[in-house]
Design a protein. Structure first.
Length: 215
């Protein structure tokens, strides 16, 4: 099993519940399947550039005009996307670790998605719709938030964005372990909720290990 893990949290693990979730998930997964091949991308160490017009032209102009030849500046603008897409296309499973900030994903995660989820990189755009150029079938979302959110909560722009963006390129199996209620000024049971999320993360790891063993 090849896993691409993309983390968007600037805190160290002692302060970051989402990183602690990831540690529990990968600890259990490696225990059950030590042959996992893991690529880690820390978006605060390897920051994606924000989307530019040069990148847009490099990605989309050839879709509408197959004879289009990108300029040197446009080719250079795609360097980060090309590197990240290579790791993306080697993976079977994608794991995204992040906090919820202002009801959505950190900007650095959105910037990474903008770089990678591009035509010619991880999908082709055809007359029949998007055609995946990757092998990822499962996405695991590990999230921590100060607030508490019910399923399909209209305030939750984070999971909606992830489901919409990755569903567009054919990744419909999205599994979530979410430590909510982590703002101790608002909720007194944050530790209980965190531990429940830890258990959920380990259960997700067990499921993946079992599925991998079954082939």
């Amino acid at each position: 099993m090849n896993i691409l893990h993309v983390c968007a949290n600037p805190k160290n693990i002692e302060e970051s519940v989402s990183k602690q979730l990831a540690a529990r998930f990968f600890g259990k997964l490696m225990e059950l399947n030590p042959d996992v091949e893991l690529v880690n991308v820390d978006l605060y160490q390897d920051k994606p550039p924000y989307y530019s017009n040069d990148l847009y032209r490099r990605m989309w102009n050839p879709v509408f005009d197959p004879t289009y030849e990108p300029s040197k500046a446009e080719e250079a603008a795609a360097n980060y996307a090309i590197k990240q897409a290579e790791d993306f296309k080697k993976a079977d499973v994608l794991v995204l670790t992040m906090p919820m900030w202002n009801f959505s994903a950190p900007a650095v995660m959105k910037a990474w998605m903008d770089q990678v989820l591009a035509p010619g990189m991880v999908f082709d755009l055809t007359e029949d719709g998007p055609k995946p150029l990757h092998n990822i079938t499962t996405l695991v979302l590990l999230v921590a938030s100060g607030g508490i959110y019910k399923e399909d909560d209209e305030r939750d722009a984070l999971s909606r964005q992830v489901k919409a963006a990755f569903g567009f390129i054919g990744i419909g199996d999205i599994r979530i372990a979410w430590a909510d209620g982590q703002n101790s000024m608002l909720f007194s049971d944050g530790a209980v909720r965190r531990d429940m999320a830890f258990e959920a993360a380990e259960e997700l790891a067990e499921d993946l290990a079992e599925e991998a063993a079954e082939g």
